[in-house]
Design a protein around this ligand. Sequence first.
Ligand code: ATP
Ligand code: MG
Length: 460
Amino acid sequence: MPNIAKEIVSKPNAELNLTPRQIVTELDKYIIGQGEAKRAVAIALRNRWRRLIAPEHMREEIAPRNIIMIGPTGVGKTEIARRLARLTKSPFIKVEASKYTEVGYVGRDVESMIRELMDLAVGMVSQEEKEKMASKAVGLAEERILDMLLPGRSERSRQHSETGHAPGTTRSKLRKLLKDGRLEEREVPLEVEQSVSTSMTRIFTTVGLDEMEKNLSDAMSQLFPKKSHKRMVKVKEAREILIQEEANRLVDMDKVVAEAKLRVEQHGLVFIDEIDKVAGREHKGGPDVSREGVQRDLLPLVEGTTVPTKHGPVKTDHILFIAAGAFHVTKPSDLIPELQGRFPIRVELNSLNKEDFVRILTEPQNALIIQYQTLLGTEDVLLEFTPDAVEELARMACEVNDKQENIGARRLSTIMEKLLDEISFSAPEIAPTKIIINEGYVRERLAGVVGDIDLTRYIL
Ligand SMILES: Nc1ncnc2c1ncn2[C@@H]1O[C@H](COP(=O)(O)OP(=O)(O)OP(=O)(O)O)[C@@H](O)[C@H]1O
Ligand SMILES: [Mg+2]
């Protein structure tokens, strides 16, 4: 057997061997604080890389160290997982534990998360492959357009053109025109495939059975021949369609699936949100009845099993699972013991205070203030926030979080939206202009709302 792991490591995917410190530094660009959680995920990720270059006989023995992140709502749990996945370019999926129910009950079965992950990886790899084939596909598509523009002489002329002879033919003249973009508006008869299956499955399946619908639709597309019909389209449109077609044809799907499987099995990352919602071992009947069932169904996945997918079996042994939950009512110790053992790393995320809010508003690359500045900037409305305005916003967010429900950093979104409501609405009329948002402006726009409990309940 070829040394698969070496192959992966030697790929030019530099993200794969970021050091823990580098990972934390990257996460710092988007998430304020929560150092402990960042460290934990960074270590887990690095350990996966270490495993891949470990001696072969040990490799299979090393299990991933799954993580549970515990912390109140809106403090960055999901955000950390999301950024992590982007950073590593791993196949990543985020699921809510509460949407699964025990096998046999209505709902999705837990294994579907692996199937989705595999689908996603296949999509990811085939996209990459298509991009690699792009220039080739463009060439082929253009030849096909030339065929359409010169009906009847396609084969012969094609041979000519490929051997490089007959430079002065109509075809090569046309090719030049085509390449120069001078034929964009011409119409060509294009054969478009139309799959019958999608409309048919719509009839067969009812709402909510998306998994089934997908499978059915796949099965049906094989059962029914694709219907195709000719349609006149502009060259520019035909080119797009044909490039897609040619790219699809050029991509070797077997290779794509093999690579996707490898990535899922070796680098896959599953983020299970709201794990606390399925914690608890009580048997009260009703919806609770399936909680423990979901945990039991999860167990084989995290322990390592083989899940059949439409792209073939996928082993879950080395997929990294990160679970997260607020654990307000339940505790990690309410999870069934086997599952607790499979999530040995616990990290707590802190609730955010005023200082954190100030930083969240300004520091991350996607900070809310920057987002609004960018949005309004497109209309020539330049926003500037004075430091005391930011302080005041953070203070108000804290106040509302204390008085109302604590929704963490999400509060900042509602506050900012309210603050800039007027400017967002009238921007086109007041532009171009520069507006300085200072403490006074913040108070003026928000004090009334923040001070009034009844109002905040609805508005913020
Ligand atoms: N520490 C933080 N630094 C920067 N932004 C943050 C931080 N915490 C939360 N946010 C922002 O707040 C929003 C909500 O955060 P996130 O989705 O991570 O919450 P969560 O911890 O997963 O909460 P829940 O338990 O409700 O799922 C995100 O848009 C994120 O950008
Ligand atoms: Mg979340």
